[in-house]
Design a protein around this ligand. Structure first.
Ligand SMILES: Cc1cc2nc3c(=O)[nH]c(=O)nc-3n(C[C@H](O)[C@H](O)[C@H](O)COP(=O)(O)O)c2cc1C
Length: 207
């Protein structure tokens, strides 16, 4: 059966560093015979969550915009590769808006205690790509935590991280000695792995 891989690029910069890494990861997935789809959040109209809590009763979001389409894609896919730049030590705003709108999935699961039918008993895995302009000790801590909870509501196993420091100029990543290759390798691995997943995500941090 063909594995479906969805790549979500959150950066406002097309051809930016995280975007280029995502393209490589998707190329890796494709080389492992996956069916890949790439999208940029900037091309979609998604409003932020307004905490109306109507999803606590219905399990769905009452704001009608492109989130409904994105939600279907996130629930339908077998693999997700989510790429974001670091903005103020966390995901960028475009990513955070999408993640917050998944509150309806959280309500569906944890308030209404209903399973997400589309994801039931499927092997779903995700990989996170993040790029920052500087280097500091706790730079990716916030991303790790946010993505852990986001992937949990999507019923996805958190398989791997690829984090890269000290990338500021758009496209600078192309000069990195091995970041693009690592993205390709991890993208292929995300599709092909037959080994049981490690308890913690594979964590690759490059400078
Ligand atoms: C609003 C804003 C906030 C940023 N905050 C951080 C930060 O907290 N830490 C950091 O290392 N880089 C920060 N950066 C730099 C970006 O992470 C860096 O330029 C990265 O390469 C952008 O990724 P992209 O090319 O995929 O968009 C920030 C950039 C912007 C525009």
């Amino acid at each position: 059966m063909t594995v479906k891989v969805l790549g979500i690029s959150a950066s406002p910069r097309a051809g930016g560093n995280s975007d280029l890494l995502l393209h490589q990861a998707l190329a890796g997935a494709e080389s492992a015979n996956a069916q890949v789809e790439y999208l940029r959040l900037c091309d979609f109209n998604i409003a932020p969550c307004i905490e109306c809590n109507s999803c606590f009763k219905t399990g769905r979001c009452q704001i009608e915009d492109d989130y409904q389409l994105l939600m279907k894609k996130m629930l339908d896919t077998d693999r997700l590769i989510f790429a974001t730049p670091i903005f103020f030590m966390t995901v960028c705003a475009q990513a955070k808006i999408l993640i917050d709108r998944c509150q309806c999935l959280w309500a569906h699961k944890y308030v209404l205690k209903k399973p997400l039918i589309e994801t039931k008993s499927r092997d779903r895995r995700a990989m996170v790509i993040a790029v920052g302009g500087t280097k500091s000790k706790k730079m990716f801590d916030s991303i790790r935590l946010t993505m852990k909870y986001y992937l949990d509501v999507l019923d996805m196993k958190y398989a791997a991280n690829l984090f890269v420091n000290k990338m500021e100029e758009p496209g600078q990543i192309e000069k990195h000695p091995n970041a693009l290759k690592e993205a390709f390798r991890l993208g292929a691995e995300l599709v092909t792995t037959e080994n049981p997943l490690p308890e913690k995500p594979i964590d690759i941090e490059l400078t």
